[in-house]
Design a protein around this ligand. Structure first.
Ligand code: DQA
Length: 145
């Protein structure tokens, strides 16, 4: 079965408690449930990782080919703006990557306006709350098919 790797970066484990006016009340567990439902409907399986550690995310990206992953869906969270290592890992594995953000990073503080991940991604969806993930999953599925 075709496989998508979903990566949630740092602090996304706190969704539902964290800055609710920006990120909403939905928990990561609820987002994962919705993603799994879309995947199931489309005959795709998901591997899901949430990590607060840059190196762990790099390791997971490096393993994609070995693990039969066809597309990566990633919310790199704060690492979006800082991580050359995650960017280089995506570039190295050369697998289509969809970048998502709950908030519109371009409408927030200036330091969030730069994504180091966007130039190595197939595309980016930003600003639609949970729908960013759902649209991102739809895009990832289209890339597989
Ligand atoms: C985020 C946006 C980032 O700037 C921030 O550091 C996050 C979440 C988003 O989903 O809106 O942790 O990626």
């Amino acid at each position: 079965m075709k496989k998508i790797l979903v990566i949630h970066g740092p602090n996304l484990n706190l969704l539902g408690q964290r800055e609710k006016s920006i990120y909403g009340k939905v928990t990561l567990e609820e987002i994962n449930k919705k993603l799994k439902a879309i995947a199931k409907k489309n005959g795709v399986t998901l591997e899901i990782l949430q990590s607060n550690h840059e190196g762990e995310i790099v390791d997971a990206i490096q393993e994609v080919k070995k693990n039969g992953i066809k597309v990566i869906l990633i919310n790199p969270a704060a690492y979006t703006h800082t991580s050359v290592a995650i960017r280089d890992a995506i570039s190295a594995v050369d697998i289509p990557t969809v970048e998502v953000h709950l908030s519109n990073i371009y409408a927030r503080e200036e330091f969030r306006h730069t994504s180091l991940i966007a130039p190595v991604s197939h595309g980016q969806i930003s600003g639609f709350g949970v729908d960013s993930y759902l649209l991102g999953m739809q895009a990832a599925i289209s890339l597989i098919k």
